[in-house]
Ligand binder design. Structure first.
Ligand code: BDR
Ligand code: CA
Length: 315
């Protein structure tokens, strides 16, 4: 089994990603850290602990990570997308488990040192904890085996500004440091996550599974669907974080994913939060693999929503 550490801001699609990881055979979820994003880091940890307990994994250690971002304070989450409590106002049974006393950044470093060269890191929130972990342990990129992130947009438009995706936009400086640190890094951005959509039929099928975990996630999705209905004209949800989880567990086909340089605009101009992805080789079919480049997912074919429904139905 593969030791996997998750950094997240739980969050409705984060909850789906956690469901994916718990339901996937061969994944050893060794720990979770939370960061402010969809809600504050402490609230995200509460949601994570409660969800893990509901899914039968109360022993997974959860560490509260950064409340504020590297160069600016946290100023409120995304209640219109994820609800005030981050999980669509669904009240989960309280887990008796408490967060570890360790910081999120330290927990990442500890996990990497415990599994040198083998740990798979998955980050589906702002990248503050990972940037702080790099300060604590500059050898982190060598200690971590593979790193998958949900964040950024290579050619797709942004989702919080014309060019910026939310996880990068929340802490562009942290994202810049993480993208340029030399990790074996795969970016699962809006180019692919916006192409995979959970429909009301999927949600109803998940509700009908009837187990506490499946029902809780389906109920959270009711709120998320309301947000996306304004954009798509029907209740549905795009699958950001679960798709990144599926890339991390090797369950989807990265049909087109060139390894190219990525930097992040962390200036105060209109490009703030943009992932600047060098796709100049596009018309030659990406013949080059850049040293220290990031593998940027540009196409993930197939019925991922159906795959996700099937996996979450085993919860
Ligand atoms: C990302 O931002 C958060 O709101 C979601 O959980 C996801 O990680 C999408 O831009
Ligand atoms: Ca997230």
């Amino acid at each position: 089994s593969v030791p996997l550490f998750l950094d997240c801001d739980t969050g409705i699609d984060d909850a789906m990603a956690i469901g994916w990881l718990v339901a996937t055979p061969g994944v050893d979820l060794v720990g979770v850290s939370t960061v402010s994003g969809n809600l504050d880091a402490a609230g995200g940890a509460r949601n994570t602990l409660d969800l893990l307990a509901l899914l039968g994994r109360p022993e997974v250690p959860v560490s509260v990570g950064a409340h504020d971002f590297l160069d600016h304070p946290y100023s409120g989450g995304a209640p219109e997308v994820h609800g005030v409590n981050g999980i669509g106002e669904v009240e989960l049974p309280r887990s008796p488990a408490a967060p570890t006393g360790t910081s999120g950044a330290q927990a990442i470093v500890d996990a990497a040192r415990a599994h040198p060269g083998e740990l798979h890191l998955l980050a589906i929130g702002p990248f503050t904890n990972v940037a702080l972990a790099l300060d604590l342990e500059p050898r982190l990129p060598e200690l971590v085996g593979r790193f998958t992130v949900m964040g950024g947009a290579a050619m797709a438009p942004g989702n919080v500004s014309a060019v910026a995706e939310a996880n990068v936009a929340n802490d562009p400086l942290a994202a810049h440091r993480v993208f340029t640190a030399g990790f074996d890094l795969t970016m699962v951005g809006l180019d692919v996550t916006m192409e995979h959509v959970f429909e009301e039929s999927h949600r109803q099928a998940l509700l009908a599974v009837g187990t506490p975990g499946a029902v809780a996630i389906a109920r959270m999705l009711g709120h998320y669907f309301g947000f996306y209905a304004q954009r798509y004209g029907r209740p549905c949800a795009v699958l950001h974080d679960p798709l990144a989880a599926a890339v991390a567990t090797g369950d989807v086909d990265l049909a087109l994913a060139p390894t190219v340089p990525v930097v992040v605009d962390h200036t105060d101009g209109p490009g703030r939060g943009q992932t600047v992805v060098d796709l100049r080789d596009r018309y030659q079919g990406y013949p080059r693999t850049y040293e220290n480049g990031t593998r940027v997912a540009l196409e993930v074919p197939g019925d991922f929503a159906g795959q996700l429904l099937a996996r979450l139905s085993t919860l």
